[in-house]
Write a protein that binds this ligand. Structure first.
Ligand code: FE2
Ligand code: FE2
Length: 296
């Protein structure tokens, strides 16, 4: 391990859990009478299949650059988990089509962005190729800060239970959220292993944070307009998002921005956010994760 690499968590063994969910009884508004909260969370299903497939591609591109065996094992575990996450959210997308809400026009734009704009650049020499891979790892590390933040929120969101949210969807969100908390250090440790410079980390967040907010707002507007029951009758606002968050159905937008700023602290490490113990406890109790373990 190089002197600049931070402590890599030697007890972290990331196990992909091959979960299955049955969406056949999922209502269109799976938080009853809360279409804005439902669709704000549904944006995850629009972004994650393409986004997480892209994460796995970036990490596969980074594998030849890794000189630490433990970190390589963690990156391989991360790739395995993210690949399953992408497919789990893809199944929800497919279910939405069956409910008369066609998300494909928006998803095509997301696919274009990840594959063409943020994709591997062809015909680069070895030095520029390495630079391009590290730049993309910095972007993944910034986004993984938010997936861990959201995962931690999902694990601590009794408001969703109180509102009668669909139990299978809650299990998807909390299983995924728990694995995000479980592997929250991997992208960051990989970034520091490849480039410990503060500038690269800041750049990843300054691009990744605002882009994520932009895609989320666009995704929510798209879903509200495409919802066959709403037909564009609801327009989202930040005030409404804040009010919904105070009822415990969404993360607080102010806390979300503060979380992004914490990533810029010089002494930041992902282990400072969320609890691995809580994540593992959920994974031991999750109906989908238990069924996957029993079928293994
Ligand atoms: Fe994930
Ligand atoms: Fe992740």
């Amino acid at each position: 391990m190089s002197a600049t690499t931070p402590e890599v968590h030697t007890d972290l063994v990331l196990e992909p859990r091959d979960v299955k969910f049955d969406w056949s009884r999922l209502p269109l508004h799976w938080i009853p009478d809360e279409p804005v909260a439902t669709h704000t969370i549904n944006v995850l299903h629009l972004l994650l299949p393409e986004g997480e497939r892209w994460f796995t591609k970036v990490f596969k591109d980074a594998l030849p650059l890794i000189t630490d065996e433990q970190l390589r094992e963690e990156v391989l575990g991360f790739i395995g988990q993210e690949a399953i996450h992408a497919e789990a959210h893809q199944e929800v997308l497919d279910h939405l089509v069956g409910q008369g809400l066609d998300p494909r026009p928006y998803v095509r734009q997301i696919a274009w962005m990840f594959q063409k704009v943020l994709g591997e650049k062809p015909r680069l020499g070895p030095r520029k190729r390495r630079e391009n891979v590290i730049e993309r790892v910095a972007f993944v590390a910034a986004i993984e800060h938010f997936t861990a933040f959201l995962g931690n929120w999902a694990l601590n969101s009794p408001g969703l239970d109180r509102a009668g949210a669909d139990a299978t969807m809650l299990d998807l969100l909390r299983w995924h959220g728990a694995e995000e908390v479980e592997h929250r250090s991997v992208a960051y440790d990989l970034l520091v292993h490849l480039d410990p410079g503060y500038g690269r980390r800041v750049r990843g967040m300054l691009i990744g944070g605002p882009l994520l907010v932009h895609l989320w707002v666009r995704g929510l507007r798209f879903l509200l307009a495409a919802d066959p029951e709403l037909r564009g009758s609801l327009k989202p606002s930040w005030r409404q998002a804040w009010e919904i968050s105070q009822r415990g159905l969404l993360p607080d937008p102010v806390q979300s921005v503060r979380s992004g700023l914490r990533y810029l602290r010089p002494g930041y490490h992902p282990t400072q956010e969320g609890s691995s113990g809580q994540a593992l406890a959920y994974l031991a109790a999750s109906p989908a994760a238990r069924a996957a373990a029993a079928a293994h």
